[in-house]
Structure formats: structure tokens, C-alpha cells
Design a protein around this ligand. Structure first.
Ligand code: YXS
Length: 259
């Protein structure tokens, strides 16, 4: 595989992002390989999967590949977008996925980390939810994932400011399960993975699926869903949406006009 590596030691699988040149951004190729790697590890009887970047990575993942946004007028985060497929693959994986996070996490990569079952970080970890910086409306399932993880107050702050939350604060408010020194991150993560691997994989898979079903059991009427989709279309049909991507690719601050 080109943009990830997959390894299995005993019953502990590891998937490592391997696209440092592009800050491990979540493009179609990387995501297809990620999903394939998860399926392979489950087939090979992994009982827990660690999702990580290379040791010393400055960026764990820079989120959706901005260069792969669909053409204007199309939903940037539609159901079958690769990022959405990756998020569902992690949620539906019958094995616990531990996000071992050294480095910064951006945009949709925050959601990908948030749907992992356990998050372990260091003082070099941070999370920045950035759709508002790019003129992107985000999407209902993603906002629900963020709400479930952060609660309303912090979700609003992170979506509206697009500013990073440090690892220390992330641990204090419950985004991270554990904050450990960089030098201890690997040992700590794999010791916790070992504790999981000793338990019943059948019991864990059924408990994980119940947690997933119940955390998404938020009834939405068709009319409510259609209203949300209409609101999102206003944004991704806007000039601001085009300006967000253009500014990033031209490496300059965006100039949003609210239209
Ligand atoms: O110029 P080259 O070819 O070397 O490539 C540069 C960047 O363009 C590239 N890169 C990305 N390419 C596509 N999509 C990305 N998300 C992305 N991020 C980075 O990687 C090469 C090195 O980046 P550079 O020079 O900026 O490195 P840096 O160390 O100065 O800064 C690292 C970051 C991550 C702080 C910076 O690259 C950055 O701010 N990246 C964008 C982070 C972000 O806003 N991600 C959200 C993507 S959109 C998304 O996830 C959702 C759809 S939403 O918007 O709704 O949240």
C-alpha cells in the first residue's frame, strides 16, 4: 500500500498513516487503503487496532484532502465521500480502535479520531475543527459525532473558532482518554491494547455495536433532515465555499464575504 502501512503482532493490529509529505491528509487512496487495512486485520483475528502516524509526526492528519473536494454545487461531505466511508468503517469495525495521536489533528481527521473508541495523546497533540475556515457546512452525521464527543458548548467553540484545542485541555475535558509523555506513548498505548486483547472479542464486538447504535439513536423526521440539507446547500453553493479552498491552495488567508 502507498499511504498506509499495516502490521499485526499477536492479536494487536497497527495501521500507520504513511503520507507525511501531504500531512497524512485523508484522500481517496489513503482512505481506500485504510478501509482495506481494517478489514484485513479483522480477518487476521486482530482483537484491537491502533491507528497512528509515524513516530515524531508533527501532523497526525490534516483532514480531508482539500484538493479532492468535489466540483462546485456538489455536497462536499456526501454519504459516499471517502472521509464518510472511513468514519463508518471505524465505527462498524467489530474491534476497538485506539487512536494513538502524536501531532496535530485537523478538520475531518478530528471526527475520524473522535469515532475511534479510545484516544491517547501527548503534550504535542491538538485538535482543530476547521470547516468554518474553509467555507464548508459540515454535515449532520459529523456534527452528531462531534456533539456526542464534546457536548454542545465545546462543539460550538471548536466549530466557530476553528482554533486548536491543546492535548492538555483535550485530556481535561474528556476528548482524550489519556495524556502521556511522548516518550511513553507507544508503551502506554500497546499495554492498554494488550489489556483489551486478553478480553472476549465476541463480548467486546457486541458491546461496541450496542454503543454505536444507541449513540446514533436520534430520530430525525424526514422534514427535519430535508431542512438541514437545504441549509447545507446554501453554503456549498456559495462563493465563500470556493474561496475557502482557493485560499488554502494559494497559501493565503481566505477573504469571506458571507455570500
Ligand atoms: O504545497 P505542498 O504540495 O507541499 O503540500 C502541502 C499542503 O498543501 C499539503 N496539505 C494538504 N493537502 C490537501 N489537503 C489538506 N488537508 C492538506 N493539508 C496539508 O501538505 C503539504 C505540507 O503542508 P504545509 O506546507 O501547509 O505544512 P505545515 O507544516 O506548514 O502546516 C501543516 C498544516 C496541517 C497546519 C497545514 O497544512 C494546514 O493548515 N492544512 C489544512 C488543515 C485543514 O484545514 N484541514 C481541513 C481539511 S477539510 C476537512 O477536513 C473537512 C471537509 S472540513 O473542512 O469540513 O473540516
Amino acid at each position: 500500500m502507498e499511504f498506509i502501512t499495516v502490521a499485526l503482532a499477536g492479536h494487536i493490529g497497527t495501521i500507520t498513516f504513511n503520507h507525511d509529505l501531504k500531512c497524512n491528509c485523508l484522500g481517496r487512496t489513503l482512505i481506500n487503503e485504510l478501509i482495506k487495512g481494517v478489514n484485513e486485520l479483522v480477518y487476521e483475528q486482530a482483537r484491537v487496532i491502533v491507528l497512528r502516524a509515524h513516530p515524531g509526526a508533527k501532523v497526525w492528519s490534516a483532514g480531508h484532502d482539500i484538493g479532492e473536494f468535489p466540483r462546485p454545487g456538489r455536497d462536499p461531505l456526501a454519504y459516499n465521500d471517502p472521509l464518510e466511508q472511513a468514519i463508518r468503517a471505524i465505527q462498524r469495525c467489530p474491534r476497538p480502535v485506539i487512536a494513538m495521536i502524536e501531532g496535530t489533528v485537523w478538520g475531518g481527521a478530528c471526527e475520524l479520531a473522535f469515532v475511534c473508541d479510545i484516544l491517547i495523546g501527548t503534550e504535542k497533540t491538538s485538535f482543530a475543527i476547521t470547516p468554518a475556515r474553509l467555507g464548508v457546512p459540515y454535515n449532520p452525521s459529523g456534527i452528531l459525532h462531534v456533539l456526542n464527543k464534546l457536548g454542545g458548548a465545546l462543539a460550538r467553540e471548536m466549530f466557530f473558532t476553528a482554533q486548536p484545542v491543546t492535548g492538555e485541555r483535550a485530556a481535561r475535558i474528556g476528548i482524550l482518554n489519556h495524556l502521556v509523555p511522548v516518550a511513553e506513548l507507544e508503551d502506554f498505548t500497546y499495554a492498554l491494547a494488550g489489556q483489551i486483547a486478553q478480553n472476549s472479542p465476541l463480548s467486546i464486538s457486541v458491546i461496541k455495536e450496542q454503543l454505536h447504535i444507541l449513540s446514533n439513536a436520534l430520530p430525525l423526521s424526514p422534514e427535519t433532515f430535508e431542512r438541514i440539507q437545504g441549509l447545507r446547500r446554501i453554503v456549498y453553493d456559495s462563493q465563500d465555499y470556493l474561496e475557502g479552498q482557493k485560499a488554502f491552495l494559494e497559501k493565503r488567508p481566505p477573504v469571506f464575504k458571507g455570500e
